[in-house]
Design a protein around this ligand. Structure first.
Ligand SMILES: [Zn+2]
Length: 399
């Protein structure tokens, strides 16, 4: 565990102070702090110190980041895009370990110190993607926290053996069971949901389901998810990612669903899609539904956009919501930080004594201006260890 004294910063753009981190935890925040002999010191130069970003939904195994530009030529349509990805990934020049490591280093350089990643599992991939991502993380686990979702991207019931591999993945390092559009991919909504809830419940795992299905269909499926969450007492352990139906469903049914989500503490993650409605995140937050932003697909066979920068994602959210006041802008910033930490139940998150000694320094006037201008991260610290400087990863395994 690391010690570090960071002097002359403005915690969450408040008054100037020092931050003392001992044994990986914030020991004190105040002026004129004295550190034990031998403690490394870093002059913050008046930068804003912020609690770090949280990347709550990404796909480390799909990434093409760092490879030559990939032109996307597949027609929109879930099955075609799934099959296209499997074909392209057969012949990539870099391994999953190489690609996942590269994206994790990018995320850290942008100020995220914790990542939840979905990892494709099928009878074709077996557990190779999980093993590749874990091999990359092994080299940099002091720089970033990681939790893995066993994700049946290509279908589970239609791929006999896939469910058994997903269950096995929990013994190999995953901690969350994923699911995807049960009516579309597997064509058996109840069967798909029953299976993933059964695995998660027996293995004491969490659940995180991709749900793109819109309107009435999506809301019907969300009610089935709520029913199973309640029946198994899995309150607070289930997340629905995307949930477009909360953005385009009938208003009265969406309001009723928000009440159910709050009651069962089912979380909602949005990647702020460019072309379609997305959940009313501020309404969710107001109703006490766990909710957060995330990158999702980045520079892969699905999507040429994205850069692993949660500050960018928070800005995109603020832009699409036409947020203008400082309070609104700060609420957007929290969607990629504290709300992500709450949704993922990260222990010790925050910029206060007793919390994990992780923070981000940015040069700027205040956090509202930082959200709008999105300056490079001057310093990223994970549990008292400097892991990125001036927008470049410098932690374990740095090139
Ligand atoms: Zn996803």
């Amino acid at each position: 565990m690391s010690n570090l004294l960071i002097t002359n910063v403005r915690p969450e753009d408040g008054a100037a102070a020092d931050v003392l981190i001992l044994d990986g935890k914030i020991s004190a925040i105040g002026t004129g702090l004295r550190a034990p002999a031998g403690t490394p010191a870093h002059d913050g130069g008046g930068a804003i110190a912020m609690a770090p970003f949280v990347e709550a939904h990404v796909h480390l195994d799909k990434i093409l980041w760092g490879l030559p530009w990939h032109s996307i030529n597949v027609p929109a349509g879930l099955r075609a895009m799934i099959d296209n990805e499997v074909e392209i990934r057969r012949n990539l020049p870099w391994s999953v370990e190489d690609r996942a490591g590269r994206l994790m280093r990018q995320c850290v350089a942008m100020g995220s110190t914790h990542i939840r990643s979905h990892i494709d599992i099928s009878t074709f991939y077996k557990l190779d993607n999980i093993h590749g991502v874990l091999a990359a993380w092994e080299k940099m686990k002091d720089a970033v926290g990681l939790e893995l979702v066993a994700f049946p991207q290509t279908g589970m019931l239609i791929d006999p053996g896939c469910a058994e591999l997903m269950e096995a993945s929990i013994d190999e390092g995953a901690s969350v069971i994923g699911g995807i559009d049960p009516g579309t991919i597997d064509g058996d909504t109840k069967g798909h949901l029953d299976k993933i809830f059964d695995i998660a419940h027996r293995k004491s795992a969490k659940i995180d389901i991709h749900l793109h299905e819109p309107g009435e269909l999506g809301l019907y499926e969300m009610n089935l998810i709520c029913d199973r969450t309640k029946a198994l007492g899995m309150n607070g352990r289930v997340v629905v990612s995307h949930a477009f139906c909360l953005g385009d469903g009938p208003a009265a049914k969406v309001s009723a669903m928000i009440e159910r989500l709050a009651d069962l503490q089912i979380g909602i993650i949005s990647a702020v899609p460019g072309e379609i409605a997305f959940p009313p995140m501020f309404d969710l937050a107001k109703a006490n539904v766990p909710c957060a932003l995330a990158s999702d697909s980045i520079r892969d066979t699905w999507n040429p956009h994205g850069n692993g920068d949660m500050l960018d994602r928070c800005w995109l959210f603020s832009f699409r919501n036409w947020c203008r006041t400082d309070n609104e802008l700060l609420a957007c910033l929290d969607m990629g930080r504290s709300r992500g930490a709450d949704l993922l139940d990260l222990k010790g998150y925050g910029l206060a004594p007793g919390c994990e000694g992780s923070l981000v320094l940015v040069n700027g006037e205040n956090r509202a201006q930082v959200l709008v201008d999105r300056p490079a991260r001057a310093l990223v610290v994970k549990a008292g260890r400097i892991v990125a400087e001036n927008g470049r990863y410098s932690g374990p395994g740095a090139a």
